[in-house]
Design a protein around this ligand. Structure first.
Ligand code: PMP
Length: 381
């Protein structure tokens, strides 16, 4: 991420406004830096040491279907899903990828249309069309998809950007469903069912906050599909960084241990759930105060993991600008808040997506600025 102009310290009362002066607040990417504080507190528990001679071979487990999957990492994936209860792991193949981004590309065999109901994750069309392999073609909004031939429907639940729980919408056979469950963790969503789909994708980026590790995993029911995914990754990157997998295994182990053997430190999910709840409260209050925007509303659901009922608190805020603001992204940009326009998600410019996962300081400046934006609006529009 970009390094910004120096700014007064957060606690400083010397500046006239507590909304960070003119500092540019970049909430365009979903960079999960909010989690740094948890891992700093966890200290050495999550540190690993990798001697120079280790992990040198291409192979992690030569005899197994996914030969580049570290067995230690596979074990921790299963342990974590069992503990959280968010996905079935029994009788599933695990395929590891360089981020879940690589896995999502990994299951096509013939020219396929790729669709997802709008608003959809903005990287999907870019990644799909960037492959230029002739294997896939981005075919837009799943709701209006009616082409002949095989297709993939990406079902992101909870959804990026709007946070709603989703089901597949294409009413046609001959499709492969890929469930992107990157946000199906208790800090974002009540865990009300054990997900049991044919292809489910997860990533450390949004579960533990380790986006830079570039590690994701797929839980796959069908052996042939799993083999094809492995083959794709073999051709694409000849496996997945073993060092990263060892680090991911450690991090998942610390997360699951933290749930099983509570200490004075809160578990990762308690930490993040608490923070997300507080952030959504602050954001909603700021939006009410400004009366220029609206946010999605969610019904509470009961979470079998946290043992209580709560409203979803998504990793992104899908903010709508009310009339007369036409270009929400441009309006916020003129207030030094960088967001991603609804245009990139198959929706109009009235909407923007805002990351809720940035560091505390950035987030607090953002909500503070948002709550007073109407006072400066006459200067801006
Ligand atoms: N799917 C969704 C819905 C996402 O929001 C993201 C990250 N923004 C990804 C996949 C990609 O995750 P990774 O960092 O594992 O490639």
């Amino acid at each position: 991420e970009t390094v910004y102009l120096s700014m007064p310290s957060f606690s400083s009362s010397s500046t006239a406004d507590s909304n960070g002066g003119d500092r540019i607040i970049n909430l365009d990417h979903g960079d999960p830096t909010m989690y740094e504080r948890f891992w700093q507190q966890a200290g050495d528990k999550s540190t690993i040491m990798i001697p120079g001679w280790q992990s040198m071979s291409y192979f992690s487990d030569a005899g197994s279907l996914c030969w580049f999957l570290e067995p230690e990492f596979a074990k921790e994936i299963i342990r974590l899903h069992k503990r959280v209860g968010n996905a079935v792991t029994k009788d599933r193949y695990i395929v590891v990828g360089t981020g879940s981004t690589q896995l999502y590309q990994a299951d096509a065999v013939e020219p396929l249309s790729v669709v997802s109901a709008s608003p959809y994750y903005s990287s999907y069309p870019l990644i799909t069309d960037c492959l230029k392999s002739g294997l896939y073609k981005w075919a837009g909004d799943a709701q209006s998809f009616n082409r002949e031939g095989p297709f993939i429907e990406l079902v992101t639940s909870p959804n990026n950007p709007d946070g709603y729980v989703r089901q597949s919408v294409v009413n046609k056979s001959g499709g492969i469903l890929v469930h992107d469950l990157a946000y199906y963790w208790p800090q974002y969503s009540p865990i009300d069912a054990v997900a049991d789909h044919d292809i489910m994708l997860f990533t450390v980026s949004k579960s533990t906050g380790h986006a830079g590790m570039r590690i994701g995993w797929a839980l796959v029911k069908d052996e042939e599909v799993a083999k094809k995914m492995v083959k794709f990754i073999e051709l694409n990157t000849i496996g997945v960084s073993r060092d990263s997998q060892l680090r991911a295994a450690k991090v998942l182990q610390v997360v699951t241990d933290g749930c099983e053997y509570p200490t004075s430190l809160r578990s990762l999910f308690d930490f993040a759930a608490h923070l997300m709840e507080e952030r959504w409260k602050l954001l909603r209050a700021a939006v009410r105060q400004s009366s220029l925007f609206t946010l999605p509303e969610f019904s509470p659901g009961s979470c079998g993991f946290l043992n209580r009922s709560f409203e979803p608190r998504p990793a992104f805020a899908w903010l709508k600008c009310e009339e007369p603001i036409e270009d929400c992204e441009g309006f916020l940009r003129s207030n030094n808040i960088l967001t991603r326009s609804g245009k990139h998600f198959g929706v109009g410019p009235h909407y923007v997506r805002i990351s809720m996962l940035d560091r505390d300081e950035t987030f607090y400046i953002f909500v503070e600025r948002l709550s007073t934006i109407h006072l400066r609006q006459s200067r801006q529009v």
